[in-house]
Design a protein around this ligand. Structure first.
Ligand SMILES: NC(=O)c1ccc[n+]([C@@H]2O[C@H](COP(=O)([O-])OP(=O)(O)OC[C@H]3O[C@@H](n4cnc5c(N)ncnc54)[C@H](O)[C@@H]3O)[C@@H](O)[C@H]2O)c1
Length: 449
């Protein structure tokens, strides 16, 4: 089979790439394309993100300003809110959000809007790649018909379409866009080939699969595997709590088996744009095809329980150690983002802890160096408080939630009256005022006040 014009352009790096959506997924991808030698333009409806990139700054916490600035200076990275940039593009890569609707189902309106925009500028020979997480069939049953309808061109004859899931893990220091294998499933063998050529320019390992559906499902399976396992270990944490056994010790013991066990650890719940959201796309697909799908709803229920467990533990610790009720207790939460060292509170379990404690009458504040303010579910915007002596000594309890690395935990423990630690149960912080959520309570019943 001979090379298409597009494949040749990709090989010589003369193809122009447009990345639609300059967020946590899109910007790192755009940077890799630009680093590989392509001219890359980011298209976003958010003017502030576009302006930041054009000023050489990063609008997302998983990309450094210097990375953007270097590629801007070299003239390889550009950003725009004007969809006409697509007129010059050979490839359009869609990296827009795929959240949930208010009733918990897939919300594809960002993908549809991005698809409609690309369709208006689609030309013969172009490759469109969907990277946003989607349910099986979204590429062939939603995106392709939209592109064809608006453009009057035919997929497989006039242009190419592929699905190549985003697998980025913001904050992961070992795996990044470049060294995380890329799956590519085209609607035709030619589309898969063109997609592979595109990603081979900047990703160490590219894995072709036989269809977009395989690639779509692979992404859903990866994240749901993690979701189910986190939920399982959280359920074990609930059981171990009742049994008076340290669940961390159980996990350590289980992981000595050299095969067929992968450790997961308990937490205040799952968070982020992916782990709690993606399984709901799989669940919707199961329903659409007449399957009940038992595991995901069960896992949802367990994860929703975890913030309540933390607040129950807080209430008990306040009562046992300070003889204080939760109502009107002053509580400072430390770490509100969904994972460490990341400025992202989407679906954060720490926020659920905030809201649960607040709803039960506590006077809640938070500190997070990555989030100067957050919106809680009653719509209020709450500002992060400084972690100074006054803040620490004026509260009844400090709850250690998301374990950011830059926080001085020793200082917190030295200054606070009571500290509820959710970080680790294996090597719990040892101090008379520290209660570890995962360590059996019968071992810690001293009264401080
Ligand atoms: N963030 C992650 O860690 C992560 C990891 C794996 C997969 N993903 C997937 O990647 C996709 C993108 O997620 P994200 O975290 O980058 O989202 P994000 O919200 O950080 O960024 C998305 C960007 O798309 C822009 N946008 C929305 N509609 C647009 C349109 N019609 N045209 C142009 N721009 C538009 C938004 O303004 C925003 O800047 C999602 O499907 C997500 O599930 C994300």
């Amino acid at each position: 089979m001979t090379d298409t014009d597009l494949e040749q352009k990709l090989r010589t790096r003369s193809a122009r790439i447009a990345v639609v959506g300059l967020g946590y997924a899109g910007l790192p991808m755009a940077i890799e394309f630009a680093r590989a030698g392509f001219k890359c333009v980011g298209l976003d409806v958010d003017r502030s993100r576009v302006e930041a990139v054009n000023l050489g700054r990063s609008p997302v916490s998983n990309v450094e300003d210097a990375e953007v600035a270097e590629l801007r200076n070299d003239g390889r990275l550009d950003a725009s809110t004007d969809a006409r940039i697509l007129d010059a593009a050979d490839v359009a890569v869609i990296c827009v959000p795929t959240p949930l609707t208010s009733d918990g189902g897939p919300d594809l309106h960002f993908v549809e809007n991005a698809g409609a925009t690309i369709a208006e500028h689609l030309r013969a020979g172009m490759l469109v790649v969907l990277q946003s997480t989607c349910g099986p069939g979204t590429t062939t049953r939603s995106l392709v018909p939209l592109l064809e309808l608006v453009s009057n061109l035919r997929d497989g004859e006039d242009f190419f379409v592929a699905f190549a899931p985003e697998r980025i893990d913001p904050g992961n220091l070992r795996f990044n866009v470049k060294n995380t294998p890329k799956l590519v499933g085209g609607t035709t063998p030619e589309a898969t080939r063109a997609g592979c050529e595109l990603y081979r320019a900047c990703i160490d390992e590219v894995v072709p699969v036989s269809s977009p559906e395989v690639a779509e499902l692979a992404k859903l399976v990866e994240n749901t595997f993690r979701f189910i396992n986190i939920s399982f270990i959280n359920e074990m944490a609930l059981l171990c709590d009742r049994l008076g056994v340290n669940v961390w010790e159980v996990i350590e013991a289980a992981r000595t088996k050299p095969f067929a066990f992968m450790p997961h650890y308990p937490s205040p719940g799952v968070g982020g744009h992916c782990i709690p959201v993606v399984p709901q796309y799989l669940q919707a697909a199961a329903h659409e095809h007449g399957l009940i799908g038992e595991l995901i709803p069960a896992a949802n229920r367990i994860n929703e329980t975890m913030p309540k467990l933390i607040v129950n533990k807080l209430e008990r610790a306040l009562q046992q150690r300070l003889r204080k009720p939760l109502v009107n207790a002053r509580v400072l939460l430390v770490g509100i983002t969904y994972k460490p060292d990341i400025a992202d509170v989407r679906e954060s379990a720490a926020l659920r802890v905030f809201e649960t404690a607040f709803a039960r009458g506590a006077r809640v504040t938070y500190h997070d160096p990555f989030m100067p303010s957050v919106r809680v579910n009653n719509g209020d915007v709450v500002a992060s408080v400084d972690l100074d002596q006054e803040a620490l000594s004026s509260v009844d309890a400090v709850v250690l939630l998301t374990p950011h690395t830059g926080i001085d935990y020793d200082r917190i423990i030295a200054s606070a009256r009571l500290v509820l630690d959710t970080h680790s149960g294996l090597q719990p912080r040892e101090a008379p005022n520290v209660v570890n959520v995962w360590v059996p309570e019968r071992l810690e019943s001293r009264v401080l006040a």
